[in-house]
Design a protein. Sequence first.
Length: 495
Amino acid sequence: MPKLPQNASPSSVAKGTYAFVSLGCPKNLVDSERMLGLLQIDGYRLVPEPDGADFVVVNTCGFIERARDESLATIDEMLQFKAQGRIRGVIVSGCLAERQKEQLLADRPGIDSLVGVFARDEVARVADRMLGRLDEQRTVFQPAPIRPLLDTDRLRITPRHFAYLKISEGCDRLCTFCAIPKMRGKHATKPLDEVVREAEQLAADGVRELIVVAQDTTYYGMDLYGEPRLAELLRRLEQVDGIAWIRLMYFYPMYVDDTLIEAIAASDKIVPYLDMPLQHIHDEMLRRMARRITRRETEDLLAKLRTRIPGLMLRTTLITGFPGETADQFEELVDFVRTQRFQRLGVFTYSCEPDTPSANLPGQLSEEVKNQRRERLMEVQQQIAFAWNQAQIGIRKDVILDRPVPRESNVWIGRSHADAPDIDAVVYVTGGKKRLAAGDIVNCEIVAVREYDLIGVAMGIATPGGSVPATGSSFPPETSPPLRPDRRQLSRRRS
C-alpha cells in the first residue's frame, strides 16, 4: 500500500480516486512524487489502474521526439479511456505540457487540464476544479521561480530504500541540440539547508541510497553563492544518519575541480560512480554543440578522475549524426570509445528539435546514417562490456538488493556501485540460506555473467555505510537494461 507522506492524514472517505503515469527522467520523477504527495494530502486516493478512476494524471517528457511520441501515446490511451466512460478526466503535466502549451490542448481537446512544470504544486486545486466541472481555466502555467520548488512531502514510487534528491532546477548551458532551458528555465540552486532537510526526511523514511540529480550537478551553487558548492553539499549529505550510499548523476565536465574530486575520493558513502554525458569528442563537433570544452580538456579530466578516485566507474552518453558530422569525425569518436573503455555508455541518435539552434545548422544527416553510426558504436561498446563482465568473475562486490526475482526462492535483483537504477546493468544475487530483504547491502562473490548482467552469491551483509570495494579490474562495460521497469506503468510505491 502507498505510504502517506508527512502531514497527510488517512481519510475513510476520499475526495476522489486517481491513477498516475510518470514518464521521463529522474528529475521528472521527483516532480511526480511531489504531485502524488500533494494529492494524497488533499484527500485523493491513488489507485493502481486507470479503469474506474475519477481521473488520471500523465506527467510527460518532452525532451526529444521519441520521448514526445511516448508521452503522446500515453495521453491518447488515457483519452480513449475517457471517451469510453472508464475515467472522468485527464490532467497532463510536465515538460511536454510546458513545451507545447495551448497547442497540445488544441491538438487533443479531450484533455481536461494542462499543468506546467512550475505549476505542479497546483495539481490538487486543478483536480478539484475538474471534478467540480469548473472548466473555465484549463491551463495552469507559472514562470520559472528564482529558487527551486520544495520537493518535500513526496509520495515516493521508487523502492523504499533508494530515492532521487534533486538539488537544483533548470540549466544555464546553451547546448545547441537541447530544449531543456526552454522547458525548465535557467539554473536555480536549492539552498544547502533545504537539500539537507530533504535528505534527512528521505533517510527517516527508510532511504539507504541517495541519488543526486540535477540538469547540471556540478554547477550547483553558482547562481546562489557565486561559486560551485557541490563539494560542501556532499560533505553535509555524508553526515545524514541512515544513508549508506550517495550516487552522483548528470555531471557536466566543467567545474569539476580538485576540491570536488577530493570530496568524492575521500568519502566512505559516495560510491565511485560518475555519470558525465560527453556527447562527442571531436573538437569541431563540440564547438557546433556549444559544449565549451575541447577533446584535450576532456581527456585530461578523465585521466585525473580515474587516477584520483579509486575504483571509479564512469558512465557517459554520446550523440551520433549531429549536423555536419563527417565520417572521419565519427571514426574519431569510435577510436575514443575504444581507448577510454567506459564502464557504462549509452548512445543516442541526434534528434532535430525545431526550437533549438542545431535545427538550423547545415549538414543535417539522414536517419539511416544516424542509426548506422549508433549501431557501430554500440557494437564496439558491447565487446568492451562483455570482456569487462568476464573479468569480474571471482571478485567480491557490495550489492544493494532492489527486489526479489518472481517465482524464485531467495534470488534477488540488485545493483553494485557501478549500476544506477533503470539505466545500468543488474546483479542477480542468490541468497542460499541467508535471509535477505530489499534494501540490504550484501557482499557477493561474482560467479557468472548473463550478457550485460552479473550473477553473484551472497557471502554476508555488508557493514552499513562502509566503503565500497573497488572492482578487480580497471577494464569496464557498457550496459543496456533488459529488466528496466516500464515507466509507463501506473506509479505505485513498493514497500
